[in-house]
Ligand binder design. Sequence first.
Ligand SMILES: Cc1cc2nc3c(=O)[nH]c(=O)nc-3n(C[C@H](O)[C@H](O)[C@H](O)COP(=O)(O)OP(=O)(O)OC[C@H]3O[C@@H](n4cnc5c(N)ncnc54)[C@H](O)[C@@H]3O)c2cc1C
Length: 295
Amino acid sequence: MYPAIIEEYLAPATVADALAAIAKHDGEATVFAGGMSVMQAIKARLIEARCVIDLGNIAELRGVSVGPDGAAIGPMTRYADLVRDKKLHGAYQALNDAASTVGDRQVRNRGTIGGSLCWNYIAACMPPTVLALDARIELTAPGGGKRTVPIGEFFLGALETVRRDEELMTKITLPAAKGKAGSSYKKWSTQVDGLPIIGVAVYIETDGSGVCTVARFAVGGILPIVKRSAAAEGQLVGTKASDADGIARATAAAAEELDPQGDRWVQAAYRKLLIQSLGGEVVAKAFERATGGAA
Ligand SMILES: Cc1cc2nc3c(=O)[nH]c(=O)nc-3n(C[C@H](O)[C@H](O)[C@H](O)COP(=O)(O)OP(=O)(O)OC[C@H]3O[C@@H](n4cnc5c(N)ncnc54)[C@H](O)[C@@H]3O)c2cc1C
């Protein structure tokens, strides 16, 4: 299907100009990151975009920095750049994993982390990943007013977030690790390059002897909203990489607590098994990255 007529295409070079354009068009403008999801919606006429505001020229919205206070990621950072970014290794490495498994090469070259979080598709890879990394989302409104939302409060439901139509996502920040930290993400899908039936992201922090002191276990692809499992996290704290039984208990607790739904792709019971098997692999990888392989 052809899209309805787009009357105006704007490609501002600054956040201030983009926000001014959003305010000027008062609800008639559609923001465009990589276009990977929104363009499909425009073509299907689910969205009628009188004016498109393309964020692709705004350099201040791109890039990754990592320092003693944590990491800051521009929402226009593309998957292809996240895949290659070695600064994320260790504590934030789940982002490398997740970006490398999104779609195909074309999608990774165009799609952005911010676009994925703002779109909040039920099965996307980035929402569980940033949930496990305990991100904070900076939103900026026309006029420059900013607010920061903890990721646990950002996602409301399928394709819904707390972002107001006139706000731009301008930064994603991740806290610094207090101990040695590692994270990992893995998805399982029914086809190569497909969206995840289940995606699991795990963050592990350890003390000097390899014992887990902080755990975050997030699952996507199952429910209208991505979720963390407090039960799994409670079981993981105090375990070590070598404690296979403890890790198995944690992933079983996640499957039970998250109680995934069945749909036309797979049954609920199968998703529970996936949470356990994928979860075990992802926890092991996060431990390995946190401890450098020491049990
Ligand atoms: C063939 C194919 C396979 C895919 N496979 C996967 C997969 O395996 N895993 C996965 O996670 N995803 C997958 N996707 C989706 C892909 O991840 C998209 O990149 C993602 O949905 C976001 O697209 P985008 O960055 O191009 O954002 P766009 O489509 O341009 O925008 C998405 C939404 O976010 C809004 N938006 C974007 N940036 C901002 C901002 N800074 N501030 C405010 N609003 C903003 C837009 O207005 C729009 O509503 C796939 C897509 C395709 C086409």
